[in-house]
Design a protein around this ligand. Sequence first.
Ligand code: AHR
Length: 499
Amino acid sequence: MTKQQAVLDILPDHVDGSRDFMIFGHFLEHFHRQIYGGVYDPGSHLADENGFRRDVIEALRKIRTPVIRWPGGCFVSAYPWKKGVGRRVPYYDKAWRVEEPNTFGTDEFVKLCREVGAEPFICTNAGTGGPEDMSDWVEYCNLDIGEWAARRRANGHGEPFNVRYWSIGNENYGAWEMGAKTADEWARLVLESAKMMKRADHSIELAIASIPDLEWNAKALREAGDLLDWVSIHGYWSRASDEGIFEKGYDNIIARAFEPEERIVSVKHILGSLGYLGELRIAFDEWNLRGWCHPNFMSFGPVDHALMDCNDINSNYNMADAVFTACFLNSCLRHCDVVGMANFSPAVNTVGAIFTHKDGVVLRPTYHVFDLFTNHSFEEVVHSALRTPSFEVETIDGESRSVPHLDAVVTRDPASGDLGITLVNLHGNANITCRIRGLDAGGSGNATMRTVNGASVDAFNDVDQPDAVAIEERSLAIENRADFTIDCPAHSVTVLNLE
Ligand code: AHR
């Protein structure tokens, strides 16, 4: 194969925008082992005095998790939050059709977020719940007067939690959701809920469940747009089969690497057409390459819960996940004018970045991508132009699709001027060099290159091979900062830091 080269021209004096660090957020749902046996496991020898897994908290801190969305997901659409504070009784969870232990509720969630150093983001029940239920929840968390504040105090929390981020509903447009709504019903519910929630605390930021659909958004925004701050959208691009088999082919997965960006652009256009661009931002508050395995979710027959265990097979999550995740985050950076939050779904177990077992955690390849972006990229997105070869792959539908060989975004720390250039080689087996031009008028300098690669596209981490995919770091001396090249191995994610 001929040696491939891409060219990245940087215009250091042109800043496209500033990213909101909240794009590196995560999500937790009461599903399978995300909460119980995941982040919360009072019986574990690794739990702290609150029942939280110390190793999970440490891992979430290391990637500077800025925000955690909770409690669902489909789970929230029948979640009786009032039963999850004070005296607790287990109950039947109609979303996943299991018994909910109910020992992890609002108080525990807020405490967890404080331990991690993340903002709590509460998604309310807009399925079976209504405006009063939602505004009572705001009162419980944020007020110091009234019945709900008194209940919080009685539960041992004298000071308000001051939860700033709230959303109305989860995927309420979808037939799968309990208490699904038509666009007209939705618009009315959003208006009345937003009104009451903001009367309880006008400083909260409010999102609504959304989708790239003009009618769905038009109705809600015409009714309530001025009370809102965010539209929430979701995306999963690879579904496990009902038998619990996860998609394997690297090429047909990577063919979808820029579909999240198309979704962002659609919603951006919808916001623009409704006069809300610049007013409302996108919270991509559930996203992952992999959809969760929950077979028979839509049926009314028996659920084979054992099949959900296939979410725990670490070999399902490999370099396709890492490369896709990096492209997703690059897309958020490119659209930082409108994407202000994103929540990887989920944080722990299922298809998440951190897997727990009884004696520790496994950090999946996606975790290391978060580590690269949160610890080594910067706030300003600097203007750049990339010329890259592309390659043809076959999609899952048997069509041919052209995929860019390289994806790149340039970021800068406004305080120090340091640069973080994210370079993603999407090709499964061909390296590429990237010629980088435009920095300084010349001169030498030092750079640090950190790469997540793995021995092959199928590389994964597991209990017995925790570091098969890890960050490899090396220092480089660059002779001419105005024009130099970097080698990007096949299926890799690199962040190059220049002082
Ligand atoms: O598969 C995960 C589920 O997917 C979440 O509960 C829901 O929000 C989404 O549809």
